[in-house]
Design a protein around this ligand. Structure first.
Ligand SMILES: Nc1nc2c(ncn2[C@@H]2O[C@H](COP(=O)(O)OP(=O)(O)OP(=O)(O)O)[C@@H](O)[C@H]2O)c(=O)[nH]1
Length: 253
């Protein structure tokens, strides 16, 4: 795996400042790429395209663990809870750039902002981050009914502040904890269908579907950026299903 920055040891990872990823840096605006797509000849893939992706969801659902699993290919047990780690004023816990093959991600993990009365609000990153995001990974924890119930509120927040064409994916994380499961897989599937977003269960612990989740959104964004008007649209749902079948994804949680 090619890294865009030198890595710090994990112990320092969540207690030091992260490489700043400026909202406007490192990726091509959709407006530009749309125009390019309409101008013959068909555009080639912009190798510098960075897929700005934010992970959101209730506290403790495993956002940071999922990012670490994707980035480092391992599970580091224990909470990266925002409450005792550095959270920037804009509600961001981690910013990181990851590069795999010719795909690049600027990843941001949102941390819950607590209001003065100590009540959790359905807001993590500030509006500027939402507006700037190409993709949002929205996580719940399959062992936590409340994290699932709150997905609707998260989606309301996303629809209010994010770009209308943002790619959203719903992830039911902690898929390895089937004995403590509170949300059936078909409940996740039903919710995803209701909001017309792709869905899969993941495990930051075993790594199941982690790479697929990030790759699927990046591929969707890449296809949008370079799509020729006459070409068929990339079908993210079909891509996910075909890859799940290839990897036999869900049988070894
Ligand atoms: N078994 C299991 N545990 C997980 C998984 N993902 C995360 N955890 C655990 O769940 C807890 C919370 O994980 P975090 O990655 O800190 O969650 P977060 O969403 O970033 O939390 P906040 O910073 O509070 O927003 C930790 O104890 C993790 O070890 C998973 O897929 N399986």
């Amino acid at each position: 795996m090619e890294r865009m920055e030198s890595m710090e040891p994990i112990s320092a990872y969540y207690t030091t400042a992260y490489p700043e990823i400026q909202p406007d840096s490192g990726y091509v605006s959709r407006e530009t790429t749309d125009n390019q797509a309409k101008t013959p000849p068909a555009p080639s893939y912009d190798e510098e395209l960075v897929h700005k992706t934010i992970l959101v969801g209730d506290s403790g659902v495993g956002k940071t663990s999922l990012l670490v699993q994707f980035d480092q290919g391992k599970f580091i047990p224990g909470s990266f809870s925002a409450t005792n780690k550095v959270v920037t004023v804009d509600g961001v816990k981690v910013k990181l750039q990851v590069s795999k093959g010719n795909l690049k991600w600027a990843l941001t993990v949102g941390a819950m902002i607590w209001d003065t009365a100590g009540q959790e609000r359905f807001r993590s990153v500030t509006h500027a981050y939402y507006r700037d995001a190409h993709a949002l990974l929205l996580l719940y924890d399959i062992t936590s009914k409340s994290s699932f119930d709150n997905i609707t509120a998260w989606l309301t927040e996303i629809h209010e502040y994010a770009q209308s064409d943002v790619v959203i994916m719903l992830l039911g994380n902690k898929g390895d904890m089937s004995s403590e499961r509170a949300i059936r897989r078909d409940e996740g599937e039903r919710l995803a269908r209701e909001y017309t977003v792709p869905f899969m269960e993941t495990s930051a612990k075993t790594g199941v579907n982690v790479e697929l989740a990030f790759t699927a959104v990046a591929k969707e964004l890449k296809h949008r950026a370079v799509q020729h008007p006459n070409e068929p649209k990339f079908q993210i749902h079909e891509y996910i299903e075909s890859q799940k079948e290839k990897s036999g994804c869900c049988s070894y949680f």
